[in-house]
Design a protein around this ligand. Structure first.
Ligand code: SF4
Length: 354
């Protein structure tokens, strides 16, 4: 008889513990053995397989393996930048590939996680958008990125998580919602909600859902242009959710909001545009992150000159807006979203005959 195995990594820590306790009891094993098994799923030393849960009786481990699964992501490629940024490409059961980037900065270790394979939103400066959408990730594939890095030798642990990898997280709310619980729960990865940032183009239903959670998860909005006309040329989603509505939602969000703003040379980097952006940021009491484009440019765009980025930042500060110029991390390994996967696909593509 074929048993359909329950994927424990698609459950919140409370759900998996209660399923495992009930399972233990129904098989004549003390319930605490279920809690013991649950402790191996996430946290500082996740088990790769049931047989590695060596504090459990051998027969119980075998029974668990018959009825449950704890799927792995396969690490396909890893690259390390001279600045310490590490980029991982994982493949999933259906061959789809996703990226995770680990960015060390002093005491902090930020993991940038993917929430979808590909992305449907086609922002004009983004390599992932150019690939198109493949599918949503399940919770075990999003939280699984953090789990896999904790299983490296030596392990890598996140102090901070940003949902800024491949995909629009709020278009995959059901899985992201559960993943937030796994990341934050003391029986999951126990990462403080203030250290977890969900970054969105402004997908309004998702912003409302995030706002409804009681924990202090952070919201980042990819603004990239302060007017509808310009923004719609860079981000087609602006026609579905116009900037004014996104700004209203950000202003209503009662926790800290960040604006993400990629600096595109000659496109969105003039002093007049800085003034307009400042007005929006002030309304939302938003912190503005200016993101330099990779030096090589991307998708037909060129980076704003360093000095011009500085001038843009000063112009925002004149209006009392808090601003930071994000360091370009992992430049030598193309750590902008989607780029590793694109490189890999291109390498695979057959070369046309002359
Ligand atoms: S920038 Fe984000 S939302 Fe836009 S296409 Fe890329 S992955 Fe999708």
């Amino acid at each position: 008889m074929n048993i359909t195995r329950t994927n424990l990594l698609d459950l919140t820590p409370a759900e998996s513990e209660s399923a495992l306790r009930a399972f233990a009891e129904s098989h004549g094993v003390p319930a605490y053995r279920g809690s013991q098994a649950a402790r191996h799923l996430w946290g500082a030393a996740p088990a790769a397989a049931f047989e590695d849960m060596t504090d459990l009786p051998k027969e119980f481990r075998a029974l668990l393996a018959e009825h449950f699964e704890i799927p792995r992501l396969a690490l396909a490629t890893e690259q390390e930048s001279t600045d310490g940024t590490r980029k991982f490409l994982f493949t999933m059961h259906d061959g789809q590939a996703i990226e995770t980037v680990a960015i060390p900065d002093g005491d902090r270790m930020t993991f940038c996680v993917s929430s979808q394979a590909g992305c449907a939103l086609k922002c004009s400066f983004c390599a992932t958008g150019a690939m198109g959408f493949a599918r949503n990730l399940a919770p075990h594939e999003i939280a699984g990125q953090v789990r896999e890095l904790a299983m490296l030798n030596p392990p890598l642990f996140a102090t901070n998580i940003v949902f800024m990898g491949m995909g629009e997280p709020l278009m995959n709310w059901e899985a992201v919602d559960k993943t937030l619980t796994i990341l934050n729960d003391p029986k999951g990865f126990e990462i403080g909600a203030r250290h977890i940032t969900v970054s969105t183009v402004g997908w309004l239903p998702g912003i409302e859902a995030l706002a409804a959670r009681k924990e202090q998860f952070r919201l980042a909005i990819s603004v990239h242009a302060p007017t509808d006309g310009l923004r719609a040329t860079l981000m087609p989603v602006n026609t579905k959710f116009p900037l004014a509505d996104v700004i209203d939602a950000a202003a209503a969000f009662d926790r800290r909001v960040t604006f993400e703003y990629v600096m595109l040379g000659g496109v969105n980097d003039t002093p007049a545009i800085a003034n307009e952006l400042a007005m929006l940021a002030r309304r939302c009491k938003a912190f503005v992150n200016l993101i330099p484009l990779h030096p090589g440019g991307s998708m037909g765009f060129v980076p704003t000159e360093r000095q011009a980025i500085g001038a843009f930042a000063r112009q925002l500060r004149v209006h009392g807006v808090e601003v930071a110029i994000r360091k370009s991390r992992g430049i030598d390994i193309a750590a902008a979203c989607g780029q590793l996967r694109v490189e890999r696909l291109e390498r695979r593509r057959p070369v046309a005959a002359d």
